[in-house]
Write a protein that binds this ligand. Structure first.
Ligand SMILES: Nc1ncnc2c1ncn2[C@@H]1O[C@H](COP(=O)(O)OP(=O)(O)O)[C@@H](O)[C@H]1O
Ligand SMILES: [Mg+2]
Length: 580
C-alpha cells in the first residue's frame, strides 16, 4: 500500500491510492499524524480536510487510514468542558487561548480516569434497543446524565455493573456478549435519529422582552441574529446562554476573537444557577475555534456542537446551541472549497452553502426521542455577521430562508445605544401564531391583545415619524405628539434592555406581562387625557414618566407594591389634570 500525499493546499490535501477509503473517513497525515477527514473521493484520489495546521506537510508524506468515520465522543464529562472544533479539550491559560494542542497529539476527548457512579435502571433478562435508557450518573450538581443504548444496538441484558465506573469500563453486557459503555460515538455530520418530530407550540423563554414579547423563538426552533460589527450579536448570544430557560447550553465560538470566548467563559463561570447556586458552566459546553485556529476545524465546529447538543436532547433536555458566528463558519467553508478548486458560486461561496446551512438549522426541533417515551428539544440560534451590515449578502440570505425566527440587529439602534438592537420593523417570528395559545394559557388571556396594542403603538410611531420628517414635529397635533410619546415609552421603557444591569438583564415572563400592563395602562390614560384636552407637556414633564421608564430596573422584591402605587399615582395624576 502506498497511500501518499500528492498535494497540499492550505487546510486541504489530496492523497493517492485511496480507492478503498470512504467519505468521512478519519485519516492521519505525515510523520506527525495530523488529523484529517476525507471529504471527496474521485477514483483513487481522496481530498482531505485537515484539522490541524498543515505547515511542513509535503507531497510524498504517508497517509494512514483509520477505517472509522469522523465522530465525536459522547458521555459523562462533557459538561463544563471546553473543546476545539473537533472536540479536543482545550486547556485555558490565564493569558487567553494561546495553548493549542500540539499538532498530531493524541488526546482523549473525554476523561478516561474519572469515575461516575452508575445507577442502572435495567436488570438481566430485560430487552433493550437503541436510545433506551440503561441508567444514569450525576454528571454535575445540576444535571443527571442518562446513559443510553447506542443507536443500532439491541438485545437482552445479561449483566449489569452498578457503582463507580470509568467510561472505558462496561456498565451493561448483553446476552450476545456486546458490552455497553457510558460513552458512545457519533458522526458529527449525521443528525442523531429521533422517534418523531413534534410541532413547536411553546416558546423558549429568553428573559429578553423584545424577543419573548414580540419575536419569540419556539422551543426547538431555529433563529438567526444578523447584524453588523458592534451591533450586539455576541452580547445577545451570551445573554441567552446565561438567562434562557434552556437546561443545557452548547456555545460554539466559531472564528471570532479569542478574548471574546475567554470573556464568555468568565461570565459563565461567575454566574450561578438561581435554583441551586451552582456555576452555570455545570450545564454548559463550550466549543471554541477562534480566528487564529485552523479553519478546517472551524468548519467542523458547528457540527461538533450540534451533535453534542442532540445527545443531551436525547436525554430529554431542552438544549440550546448558539453559534457565533456562522459567517466565519461560511468563510471557512469557502476557503476549503476554493483550495479544492471547486466552481465558486455567489461571492466565492460554494454552491452548496445554502444546503449546508439548511442541514445545520434542520437539526433543531422538538422531538420524541428515539427508543423512549420522552420529549426533548434543540433550539439553534446562529449569529450572522454580514460584511458592512449588508443583509443582501449570501450567508444572511441563505440563513434567512432556514430560520423561523429572525432578530435583525440594527447598527443605527446600536449607535443610539438602544440594546438589544433588534429592529422591530424587520424582525419576525414565523411560529408566533402557533404559540399564541401557550401564551394565553401561561401568561394571561390579555397577552395577545396587549402585544397587538404594543405593535400598533410602534407602527403608529413609525408612520408619524415619517410625517414629522416632512411637516416637522411642531406642527403636529397634540394627539399625534402623544402617539409619538407612546412609542418612545414602549421603546425606552420596555424594548430596551440592559445586558449589564443586574435586574434588567433578565425579565421573566410574568414580569414582562405586569410591566407591559402598567406601561400600556399609562399610555391609554395619557391618550385619553390628551383627547380630553390635557396638555402633553404637562404629562411628559411629570416625574411619573421617568419612574415608569425605570420600572424594569426595580428589584423583584417589592415590585408588586411598587407597580400598584405607580398605577395609583398616575390615576390620581391624570384625574388632577382633568380638574385643572
Ligand atoms: N444588551 C446590551 N446591553 C448593553 N450593552 C450592549 C448590549 N448589547 C451590546 N452592547 C454593547 O455593544 C458592544 C458590542 O456588542 P457585541 O455583542 O460585541 O457586538 P457584535 O458581536 O455584534 O460585534 C458591547 O461591547 C456592549 O458595550
Ligand atoms: Mg461578536
Amino acid at each position: 500500500m502506498s497511500q501518499k500525499i500528492i498535494r497540499v493546499a492550505g487546510p486541504a490535501a489530496q492523497a493517492c491510492d485511496m480507492g478503498a477509503s470512504f467519505m468521512g473517513e478519519v485519516v492521519k497525515l505525515g510523520a506527525m499524524g495530523l488529523i484529517g477527514e476525507v471529504i471527496r473521493i474521485e477514483e483513487d484520489i481522496a481530498t482531505i480536510q485537515v484539522y490541524e495546521d498543515t505547515t511542513g506537510l509535503m507531497p510524498g508524506d504517508p497517509v494512514e487510514r483509520s477505517g472509522e468515520e469522523f465522530s465525536v465522543e459522547l458521555g459523562p464529562g462533557l459538561l463544563g468542558g471546553i473543546y476545539d472544533g473537533v472536540q479536543r479539550p482545550l486547556g485555558l491559560l490565564a493569558s487567553g487561548w494561546g495553548n493549542f494542542i500540539s499538532r498530531g497529539a493524541q488526546v482523549p476527548r473525554l476523561d478516561r480516569s474519572a469515575k461516575w457512579d452508575f445507577h442502572p435502571i435495567v436488570a438481566p433478562g430485560q430487552m433493550v434497543t437503541g436510545g433506551g435508557e440503561l441508567g444514569h450518573v450525576l454528571e454535575t450538581a445540576l444535571i443527571i446524565h442518562k446513559i443510553m443504548v447506542p443507536h443500532g444496538v439491541s438485545g437482552e441484558v445479561a449483566k449489569v455493573f452498578p457503582g463507580k465506573r470509568t467510561i472505558t469500563e462496561p456498565v451493561v453486557e448483553l446476552r450476545d456478549g456486546t458490552r455497553l459503555f457510558m460513552r458512545q460515538k457519533w458522526n458529527i455530520r449525521k443528525p442523531r435519529p429521533v422517534h418523531k418530530r413534534l410541532p413547536s407550540t411553546r416558546p423558549l423563554v429568553t428573559g429578553q422582552r423584545v424577543i419573548d414579547s414580540l419575536f419569540p423563538i419556539a422551543l426547538g426552533g431555529a433563529g438567526i441574529i444578523p447584524g453588523g460589527f458592534g451591533s450586539g450579536k455576541t452580547v445577545l448570544e451570551q445573554t441567552i446562554a446565561k438567562h434562557s430557560e434552556a437546561r443545557i447550553i452548547v456555545y460554539i465560538g466559531c472564528g471570532e476573537r479569542g478574548n471574546e470566548m475567554a470573556d464568555t467563559l468568565e461570565q459563565l463561570r461567575e454566574l450561578t444557577d438561581p435554583g441551586t447556586g451552582r456555576p452555570l458552566m455545570e450545564r454548559t459546553i463550550l466549543i471554541a475555534n477562534t480566528s487564529n485556529m485552523p479553519v478546517a476545524a472551524r468548519e467542523a465546529s458547528i457540527y461538533t456542537g450540534v451533535t453534542i447538543a442532540e445527545y443531551y436532547r436525547d436525554m430529554g433536555y431542552d438544549v440550546v446551541a448558539l453559534a457565533d458566528s456562522t459567517s466565519r463558519w461560511a468563510e471557512a467553508l469557502r476557503e476549503i472549497s476554493s483550495r479544492m478548486e471547486e466552481i465558486p458560486g455567489e461571492e466565492g461561496y460554494p454552491p452548496y452553502l445554502a444546503g449546508r446551512l439548511g442541514a445545520f438549522y434542520e437539526r433543531a426541533g422538538k422531538v420524541t426521542v428515539a427508543g423512549r417515551q420522552e420529549t426533548g428539544s434543540l433550539t439553534i440560534i446562529g449569529a450572522v455577521s454580514p460584511p458592512g451590515g449588508d443583509f443582501s449578502e449570501p450567508v444572511t440570505q441563505a440563513s434567512l430562508r432556514m430560520a423561523s425566527t429572525f432578530w435583525g440587529l440594527d447598527s443605527q439602534l446600536a449607535y443610539q445605544r438602544h440594546f438589544p438592537a433588534i429592529n422591530w420593523r424587520t424582525s419576525f417570528s414565523l411560529t408566533h401564531r402557533a404559540m399564541s395559545r401557550w401564551f394565553t394559557e401561561n401568561v394571561g388571556d390579555k397577552w395577545p391583545t396587549m402585544i397587538a396594542k404594543t405593535q400598533a403603538i410602534l407602527q403608529r410611531e413609525e408612520e408619524l415619524e415619517e410625517i414629522a420628517q416632512i411637516v416637522g414635529a411642531d406642527s403636529m397635533e397634540e394627539k399625534e405628539r402623544a402617539a409619538l410619546e407612546a412609542g418612545r415609552i414602549i421603546r425606552e421603557g420596555y424594548l430596551r434592555q440592559s445586558a449589564v444591569h443586574p435586574v434588567d438583564v433578565c425579565c421573566p415572563l410574568p414580569r414582562q406581562m405586569k410591566t407591559l400592563e402598567t406601561i400600556l395602562g399609562f399610555i391609554s390614560a395619557m391618550t385619553a387625557a390628551v383627547g380630553r384636552g390635557a396638555l402633553l407637556e404637562d404629562i411628559i414633564t411629570s416625574p411619573l414618566v421617568e419612574r415608569l421608564l425605570r420600572l424594569k430596573e426595580a428589584p423583584p422584591e417589592g415590585l408588586e407594591p411598587l407597580m400598584e402605587s405607580l398605577r395609583e399615582e398616575y390615576r390620581t395624576f391624570f384625574d388632577s389634570l382633568e380638574e385643572k
